[in-house]
Write a protein that binds this ligand. Sequence first.
Ligand SMILES: [Zn+2]
Length: 320
Amino acid sequence: MDRREFINKSSFLAGALPIGGLLPTYITKMMEQEKYQFKLGKFDCTIYRDLMWKYNAKDYFINADQEALTVSLKKYALDADNIPSPFIAVLLQDESRKILIDTGSGYLDEPLVFRGNEFIVKGKLARFLAQDGVAGEEITDVILTHFHLDHIGGVFTEKGKLNYPNAMFHVSDVEWDFWHSSKSDEQIPLFKYYIEKNITPLKNENLNLVKGDFEEIIPGITAVNAAGHTPGQLALIINQEERGNRLLYVSDSFLHPLHIENIKWQTNYDFDNNKAERTRVKLLDLAYKEDMMINAFHFDFPGLGAVQKENSNWKWVYLK
Ligand SMILES: [Zn+2]
């Protein structure tokens, strides 16, 4: 399905979000769904829902005007203390490659005890891949868009075995350098712990440090500098040769559609809010002008949609 066809199909939804009403059935359906498959040029794409998490409005929209926020939360039928959010991973397969974008949170038999707190981590990605007959050894490439734990948790098993032993790991060189320098000393200790465990050992594996902006890293996949959420976050253009049938994977540049509709609404999870805003504008302009669908990691599963522009305001339209 190309972007225009998809927007036409979905256009009735744009005005259909009820104010304070029930969640539209398509959103409810997507929230229950765990796997979504579609074709993107030469790629067979599968989006997996690794797990569901929840966030709250006070971390997600730290500088939003209270009144506007209340109206917006109602529009999306959201409770300020319970903003449901999936973690996802995307598998792209063509004749010669099996490419994984992000790896979810990982799976731990026992709760992780870190500085007196317990974390239960039961990501489903490994199980889904096994169900679909995809062995970790078959994965040729893993792209880690940034080094937050919901994206890198599945690189190694609980016992320290690499889940994708034959893969080339593509990561941003800026991201790598930041997290391996004293500049990251003030970051959340749990994040640092995950990086020591799941990223640093990759220096002994096949590692591709991505340097440029708009750099083709795998045939058909181009990395775009999307700094702000983290110092070296990457967005990805998938199936870049085929105009009208391209996907922009924005990772965490927008944590919720409200960050598209209010690009100045900042989150507690962004490393540099000003850079994050510039990246938002860059990615929205790119998707709109270049006719791309968008996949956003933390939006209602599977996080697929497109943007429309009305005057100078952006509007998010979910894939039905
Ligand atoms: Zn994330």
